[in-house]
Design a protein around this ligand. Sequence first.
Ligand code: ADP
Length: 618
Amino acid sequence: MLVHEMVDYAVFLVDPDGCIASWNEGVARNLGYDEGEFIGLPFRSIFNAEDQAQGADQQELDRARQEGRSDDQRWHVRKDGSQFWCDGVLNALRSETGELLGYSKILRDATARKKAEEELKESRERLEAALSAAHTGTYRWDLATDVLVWDNRLNELFGLMPGQAVQRLEDLFARIHPDDVPAVRESYERCRREGVDFHCEYRVPLASGGMRWVYDRGTLFRAGNGAYMTGAATDTTAHKQAEQERERLLQENARILAEMKAIFASIPDAIYVGDENGIRECNARALEMLGFDTGADLDRSVAVLAREIQTRDARTGQVLTAEMQPFTRALKGEAVTAEVSTRRVDTNEEVIVRCAAAPVRLDGEVIAAVAINTDITAQKAAERRQEQLLAALRRSNEQLTQFAYVVSHDLQAPLRSIRSFTQLLDRRYKGQLDTAADEFIASIVDGATRMEQLIRALLQYAQAGDRNAPRAPVRLAGILDGVLMNLHDILRETGGTVIAESELPTVQGDWFQLLQLFQNLVANALKYRRPGVPPQVRVSAERRAGTWRIAVADNGIGIAPADFEQIFEPLKRLHGREIPGTGIGLSICKKIVDSLGGRLWVESEPGSGATFFFTLPD
Ligand code: ADP
């Protein structure tokens, strides 16, 4: 009767051969069989295929037979084939003589309990995983016994081996950085005294030499007479380091900002930083350059400023609209350099600035623009003056050359007639007048001849170095051959030699001018020879930084350094009539080299020859 009422339990008998011999309501409820269906079934039919294959049914029976009972938890199979988790006990039934009469089996559906257990296990695992991931360890401290129990994660956090667990509160304090102990102790004390939750942060020096930051919070629980505190401690080292790094970066930024401001203030150029809405930052020089009182004057939209501060292109004079201004262009992403003319807002004076404006980008986006303006008003004025002076000089030079040409040309004819008539006088009346008259006539002829030479030289000078002469490639070796031919007689007379010491290049120039240049230099080298020493002239060429440097060296009388400059001036001579000459040759050479864009100079030591150098562009 009782058995029949135990409807939550399936209770049935199994005969010694393993067949089911009885049934109760609980069987229908748990296993789904009617009485008629159930009785006679083999015991194994309520086991699942896996347990059947392993002989679990027989093992249960064997254990009950041998040991009196078998307690089992396993999956059983209902009539409809579904499975459920069971707690079961199988008892062996014996007669008074000990003969096996059969077995009684009691089982109960424990699926819900197993599920709850599994859920609990799973949630515990989840909690463990979360605590692990959060680098958090938990502990419990019994206030009455001062026993501190903590988990392995706390051990790891404190850098301890599993066996080294902290057992008393004082053990914990011994592991904390001494400077932090008073605050932690106070937190624990307040929690104990007033029952308030506590939280504190402290450092844990590690045996490895490092330092770990720990954030610890706990709650007080009272249970019966006892009280304990339970808490969690989290490793916040990474967070703390990030915080410290952020702090360091902030300080670094503040330092850079201060430096930038100092640079800003000390730079003699005007600096502006801003966007469409106005100039956000500028230095004192910027205000001063444009005649503004305060920075607020500039903090207006760029369009408004553009209207107020009129700007022009300094070169063309074209008015620059807001869109054309360097700052606006920089805000559109362009890097601009320009010379801009503007006017001070206070005095309306013109200020010319060289402006360099560039966009400021953040993640590729233009967020602002920066402009640096250098005041070049004075420099521009000087340049303008210089240009005017140069133009005036060029004009007057041209006029002078023209004048020299006209004068020397026009003087030639009367001079020629003076010389011819005096020669006529000489031929017709020589010996008929007195000796003094003969000498006078000879002096006039001499003077007229010399004057003619001078005028011819002057004419040559006026014509030399024509900058507009067409240029073509000229072989300098060919020029030297021409010079040797022209000077053949004097070379023979003096026993002189001219040698090219290196290969001579081909340069751009005018053939006749280059011949004149070389011929004057070589002729001088032969003319200013040392008495009794056959003249030797060495010509060489050397290439330096895109230009040719030609040298004409001799072994003649040389030139004193004090005269290095003046010998290139027209009509300047270092000698009297004993060495014939007009003093024009070197000045012609200089005009020619100048016109070709080169430079002519001399190096010498008196008594040991002179070397004339000139450069010619490639
Ligand atoms: P000129 O030879 O007609 O006097 P130049 O203009 O050619 O005029 O030379 C100017 C002066 O430079 C010469 O009078 C001479 O004193 C000096 N001079 C020129 N070339 C040489 C040289 N190779 N050696 C020494 N003195 C020289």
